[in-house]
Design a protein around this ligand. Structure first.
Ligand code: ADP
Ligand code: ZN
Ligand code: MG
Length: 482
């Protein structure tokens, strides 16, 4: 796409909520059970079975609406969305249509360049469908199998306005949304398990134009990366067609993860294709102010507020504060360390740098973080007191992460204490100076920076344990006499 054009993107995100039971029956909503073991007449759509709404799911959706600054409707309604597909036992999905639970919200995102407010069109409730399972791919499998465990699992659909302009913004939006949902505890948002799924709507237009172009809806996006990649691909594809003078058709496309291309799935269905009508088995959801206020009071600190607090209270920069609030557990960890240690910037550096790298390399999420806040605080205190050098601290940190031991024990057992004993260091300095006459001559001739090499040599001999400040001092003194 060339720079005269811009993308217009709106995201539809489906989120499975962390309820124990399903949306309209008492079956377990747990992920990963043996196929077709969490089913009953309601979620199998057997004749005569009647749905009973799960209040916890409504609570979660209202909390989401509050966190996204939406207006919760005093009265909303379930509707039947009719279509045939083998994963949909009833022949219709219970969803919401013209009367959704909540509307008109806002999610602020930050990319490297700028901050943006993305408007939220709606948050509505619906039930999940079952899952088709194939041998290999859908097109080569000799048959389809269906697992109805997921049928009836509570879902929220969160629809953005077409306010997103770049793939990077789309990614930032999803990351922020995920952080918010995890913070308030309504979903675990595991894209790989399908508890957060995203469809991307995209069109392109000439910059400055106020009209929207014809959009394509991309399905089957199962990572943040594929959301970004597919948007970039699709923008280019549409641009090439427009440049050739070919009119675009509104359609639903699928993202091919291996070929990294979007492909036609079907021409876009219209709302009337679904023959929506109010579900006569379910009464309207009436939400009053006290219900909303009650749920609002139970909401934890949201990422934006936490970010602000970290910046104001601990003097952290925006980047640090953002990194520390991307996942709820990160901020909790930081707060815990700060109860026992005072330098926020130092703590942030160790968390954002070393700890995140360790977790990444070990393939662990924050929930499985083996490091305890008191371990990090303990090590930082020993670093400040000069018990260990900054270099040794890196080794101690890795050891704490891997072995679960405290810094003190590791330092003791491995003899990592910083050497601040003058007489011991003086001896080493003398030897190093004797062995490096050329460097000494360089320093003497005015290349004072060369002294750094001598410090390095002493650190090497002491395996990083020498107190660097003291070594520097001793070397200067030693050279004066030369
Ligand atoms: P549909 O009727 O096709 O379902 P909606 O108006 O309900 O379309 O919007 C669905 C999603 O598509 C929303 O996220 C919306 O922001 C986005 N969207 C709507 N029009 C466009 C467009 N021209 N280009 C990109 N995204 C769009
Ligand atoms: Zn059931
Ligand atoms: Mg729509």
């Amino acid at each position: 796409m060339n720079e005269q054009y811009e993308s217009v993107i709106g995201l539809e995100v489906h989120v499975e909520m962390k309820t124990n039971s399903k949306m309209f029956c008492a079956c377990s909503a747990e992920f990963g059970a043996e196929p077709n073991t969490n089913v009953c007449p309601v979620c199998l759509g057997l004749p005569g079975a009647l749905p009973v709404l799960n209040k916890k799911a409504v609570d979660f959706a209202i909390q989401t609406a509050i966190a996204l600054q939406c207006r919760v409707a005093p009265s909303s309604q379930f509707a039947r969305k009719n279509y045939f597909y083998p994963d949909l036992a009833k022949g219709y999905q219970i969803s919401q249509y013209d009367l959704p639970l909540a509307k008109n919200g806002l999610l602020s995102i930050a990319t490297d360049e700028e901050d943006h407010d993305i408007r939220i069109n709606r948050v509505h409730l619906e039930e999940d469908a079952g899952k088709l399972i194939h041998i290999g791919t859908i097109s080569t499998s000799p048959y389809s199998m269906v697992d109805y465990n997921r049928s009836g699992v509570p879902l929220m659909e969160i629809v953005s306005e077409p306010d997103i302009r770049t793939a990077e913004q789309a990614r930032a939006y999803l990351e922020k949304l995920k952080a918010v949902l995890q913070f308030i505890g309504v979903s675990d948002c595991k894209m790989e398990e399908g508890s957060l799924r995203c469809d991307a709507n995209i069109s392109i237009r000439k910059i400055g134009s106020s009209e929207f172009g014809t959009k394509a809806e991309i399905k089957n996006l199962n990572s943040f990366r594929s959301v970004a990649k597919s948007i970039e691909y699709e923008a280019d594809r549409q641009y090439e067609l427009l440049e050739k003078g070919t009119a675009l058709e509104q359609e639903t496309r699928t993202w091919d993860e291996t070929k990294e291309v979007t492909m036609t799935l079907r021409s876009k269905e219209e709302a009337h294709d679904y023959r929506y009508f109010p579900d006569p088995d379910l009464v309207a959801i009436e939400v009053d102010e006290s219900w909303i206020k009650g749920l609002e009071s139970k909401l934890p600190e949201l990422p934006a507020a936490r970010q602000k607090r970290f910046m104001e209270k601990y003097g952290l920069g925006r980047y640090d504060a953002k990194m520390l609030t991307a996942h709820p557990q990160t901020g909790v960890f930081f707060d815990e360390v700060m109860k026992q240690y005072s330098n926020g910037k130092a703590v942030s550096n160790w968390i954002v740098g070393d700890l995140m790298r360790c977790l990444n390399e070990a393939g662990l999420g924050w929930e499985e973080n083996p490091l305890k806040p008191e371990q990090l605080a303990g090590m930082l205190k020993m670093l400040d007191e000069g018990v260990i050098s900054g270099k040794i601290a890196k080794t101690v940190f890795l050891d704490m992460f891997e072995s679960g031991k405290n810094a003190e024990d590791i330092i003791e057992a491995k003899g990592l204490k910083q050497i601040s004993d003058k007489s011991v260091l003086e001896e080493i300095v003398e030897t190093v100076v004797e062995e490096n006459p050329k460097t000494v001559a360089d320093v003497k001739s005015g290349k004072t920076k060369a002294a750094q090499y001598l410090v390095g040599q002493v650190m090497k001999v002491t395996k990083g344990k020498a107190n660097p400040g003291l070594v520097k001092e001793l070397i200067e003194k030693e050279l004066e006499n030369k």
